[in-house]
Design a protein around this ligand. Sequence first.
Ligand SMILES: NC(=O)c1ccc[n+]([C@@H]2O[C@H](COP(=O)([O-])OP(=O)(O)OC[C@H]3O[C@@H](n4cnc5c(N)ncnc54)[C@H](OP(=O)(O)O)[C@@H]3O)[C@@H](O)[C@H]2O)c1
Length: 242
Amino acid sequence: MRLLIIGGTSFLGRAAAEEALRRGDEVTTFNRGRSGPDVEGVEALRGDRADEGDLAVLAGRPFDVVVDTCGFVPQVVGRSVRVLQGSGAHYVFVSSISATPTWPGAPTPDGLDGQPCASDAGPEDGDYGVLKAGCERAGTGSDARLTWVEDAFLLEREVAPWTELPLWMPKGQDGDHVWDAETGAAERAGLRVRPVTDTVRDTWAWMQAGGRVPKEPPHAHLPRHGIDPDKEQRILTDWSSR
Ligand SMILES: NC(=O)c1ccc[n+]([C@@H]2O[C@H](COP(=O)([O-])OP(=O)(O)OC[C@H]3O[C@@H](n4cnc5c(N)ncnc54)[C@H](OP(=O)(O)O)[C@@H]3O)[C@@H](O)[C@H]2O)c1
């Protein structure tokens, strides 16, 4: 595996570099050369991540994973995300529990949305935790926030499984085995799968670059996909005012 660590010479980043080398991965680090010596065996690249010109050294390089250990300003994290977008890498952003809205005064449950902060916020737009939440969003390349809604709630509001919400198939809708399809033969023939988050991110990047899905389905017998934005908004409002 080819790893890029933004940082990689001090504490957490250094440990990640050493462990990756121990596992036999190829490791590239990118830092300013101030915080410590390079880990022996890495390819060490120098630069300041805040400087777009310095980041150019990473452009066009193929990586499988990027580990970003030193992101504190969403604007700055956005720069490295954009430079590395074409690399095909999975972007791991090291955040902080301070990004959550509850910690430390209340328990911090799984899946909690981070504090409000835009993905292009600057250094003056919040404190450490707020900006970390914005950095998390910059790491996804989008301001979108997920709202998890129960199946029954959507069915009551006549959301059509699979078409209005693509790939959504609640139990009891005549599709209980929708994901129960063997792929062994395809895998033996060379099929390789990747995380769905990578597919979503790449599709979004393609759409941002001008890619468009056809307005009409490619065949008259196929249903149109997607939900009317007004209907989606009504459901989100209902959900948040329960
Ligand atoms: N320590 C904690 O208690 C704690 C708790 C929660 C979350 N975290 C998070 O964990 C992450 C890692 O923290 P750590 O203390 O273990 O640090 P680290 O990753 O070991 O060290 C920071 C690295 O980033 C590099 N760096 C800093 N600014 C840079 C810049 N502008 N351009 C390029 N490289 C830069 C440094 O090298 P140069 O200085 O040479 O550039 C160094 O290699 C941080 O994001 C922190 O917010 C830490």
